[in-house]
Design a protein around this ligand. Sequence first.
Ligand code: SAH
Length: 392
Amino acid sequence: MSSNTERPTVRVNMKAADRVFSGHPWIFTSDVINAGDSQPGDAVRVVDPRGRALGTAHYSSTSMIALRMLSLHAETVDEAFFVKRLESALAMRKRLVTESEAYRLVHAEGDLLPGLIVDRYGEWLVVQLLDQGMDKAAENVVNALAQLIIPAGIVARNDVPARAKENLPQETKVLRGEIPERVHFQMNGLRWSADLMGGQKTGIYLDQRENYLAVRRYARGKVLDCFSGTGGFALHLAGTCEMVEAVDSSPAALATAKENAEANSLRNVQFHAANVLEYMPGLVSARKRYDTVIVDPPAFTKSRSGREGAARGYKEINLRALRLLETGGTLVSCSCSHHMSEADLLEVIASAALDCGKQLRVLERRTQSIDHPILLTVPETHYLKCLIFEVL
Ligand code: SAH
């Protein structure tokens, strides 16, 4: 820790200062009084209207979020700073992640590193630099990662819409070493491969890792896995259930899922490339029945204003899932939209259950895996809901 007098200073209003005191790292453009001579992506000193220091933040010149606090102290944001933060992120995973070579190593605000995501797939790392500050700090971040982990390759999957708000280009770039076409790793006792350069997100979805095991405790019989992606739920259940149908609209995701099924000699999984919203009604009219139905759709809303439309979408798919379920069956209903709270989702599912005359018992109310930590004072870090019900 050192104070750097040359660092630009940004003066913010009391509203912003109060927000920082309440434990939230974001300061909005409207609460900035004077950005001084801050340049895009600078690590800056933040002060309140009376000049009292609030800490150190990354400055963005274009986003509605002008400042993301990195520390409540005066701090030089260099390689050593990232080594310190990454060490503690890595130590947490080493303590808490079991049975998996793949996990999220850095979950942005959840690891006190706003704007940075790092996913680990064995010897390979995928980073996402989501704001101007992290983009500018890329070299320090990569050097720090290389010091701690000695990876075979690091790729930046900066092909994410969030970067548009920062006026940063959408790109995928190998930053260190080499990234093979397919990367292989173990997770929950199964063999997986992922396409880190071109797959969805950073390769596969890692946030449901613990939920796969939880759902396996209840699932049985005939399983329908809707929005199956690269087959996370489907493959975990194939070993213990009679048969699994996996439905997803992405042929590339399904191709990876198929490879993964073969790598684990799982032969009772059928894959369907289809739009779930059209596929489910067909199953309902054909009077198909399942013992387990999973719905894990993409975020139906990325904003608060879209919540009502999203609620209708969630209700529709849950209603259809319930129509397909036998008495005694298991419904697994997920939402990865932060704007749809657990309470909202429970309400929507209750209303769907009433509409089709079924009663549900809540077996588990789960969230994202532990390697996607939730910061108590930053509600945005809690986004995934995974609710497990029994149909009575
Ligand atoms: N359950 C998956 C992750 C699902 S993410 C896992 O555990 O790995 C959401 C998935 O929904 C993505 O794979 C995406 O391709 C798919 N998708 C999005 N819209 C869809 C639609 N209308 N019909 C079918 N699949 C869709």
